[in-house]
Ligand binder design. Structure first.
Ligand SMILES: [Zn+2]
Length: 280
């Protein structure tokens, strides 16, 4: 079984749930680093000859449509990370629906191709946001990778399932790819993205990923363009959040290279087609 490699294409200031997080009305006035950092990632993917899934924040796609076209031109799958990077459990059902529709329309206008995939900000879908999947299917998405099937800072779903599964809503269907969780030192953690990918030694990440594959689950890796730039601008935040947001940045590039050397990676779209997860 393959691994799925994904990038959430957003800027260094798109950090959630801290008092210093700038509002969307301020984003335009901040120095953007997404262009140069995303290009560095694209170059790594070209060097390793792999195609990945790029979940573009709609706001970023709107400002940098050439980045969307460049990624699509290099054969990567283009998907949606919503428009405004709000936590799902802080939005109403209607706000969420409009945000999901808006980002999809913006990206499709740029690429001229349908967008099937969605990932919300901060894996913030929870038990209470039970309208989430219906809204996504109504908006025309075919798969999602937003569920964090264990407790965490922003939400998480304790009852979440760990392997990909089909969600049905009327005549519509959607594949959910929960973030890959394993027990590490007795705790359910994701070592394949975010702070833990940067913090833990590569040998542990590799061993854990091999175990997941042996269980018949795909390993879902996720990274952000800011993680490739060790000295990107910092937002003020608590010590604990600072650690999670900025630990191990110098090692990210090397870890990505080693993952791409050691594992076969693909896009969500190709994985769904290969295993016929939405039927033939
Ligand atoms: Zn994000």
């Amino acid at each position: 079984m393959e691994c799925i490699f994904s990038v959430d294409v957003e800027d260094w200031f798109h950090i959630l749930d801290i008092p210093s997080a700038p509002k969307i009305s301020e984003w335009d006035s901040l120095p953007s680093h997404v262009e140069k950092n995303f290009r560095k990632l694209l170059d790594i993917f070209s060097e390793k000859d792999v195609q990945v899934t790029c979940f573009f924040l709609g706001w970023v796609a709107q400002r940098f449509p050439h980045l969307v076209r460049e990624a699509a031109g290099r054969g990567h799958e283009i998907a949606s990370h919503g428009y405004s990077h709000k936590l799902i459990y802080r939005m109403t059902e209607q706000e969420f629906f409009q945000d999901a529709v808006k980002s999809k329309a913006i990206i499709e206008e740029i690429t001229g191709r349908p967008v099937s995939g969605y990932r919300c900000s901060g894996f913030s879908v929870v038990e209470d946001t039970d309208w989430f999947f219906d809204g996504l299917m109504e908006a025309g998405y075919g798969y999602d990778s937003s569920v964090f099937p264990a407790p965490r800072g922003h939400g998480g779903m304790k009852s979440g399932r760990c392997a990909p599964y089909l969600v049905a809503g009327g005549s519509r269907r959607l594949v959910e790819f929960p973030i890959t969780i394993t027990r590490v030192f007795g705790r359910p953690l994701c070592l394949f993205g975010g702070g833990y990918l940067r913090f833990f030694p590569y040998s542990l990440i590799k061993k854990t990923a091999l175990n997941v594959l042996r269980e018949g689950r795909p390993v879902i890796f996720y990274i952000h363009p800011r993680e490739i730039e060790p000295n990107h601008p910092r937002l003020p935040m608590s010590v604990r959040r600072r650690f999670k947001s900025y630990v191990g940045l110098k090692k990210t590039r090397g870890k990505i290279m080693r993952i791409l050397d050691d594992f076969e990676v693909t896009t969500f779209e190709r994985f769904i087609a290969k295993y016929r997860l939405l039927g033939s």
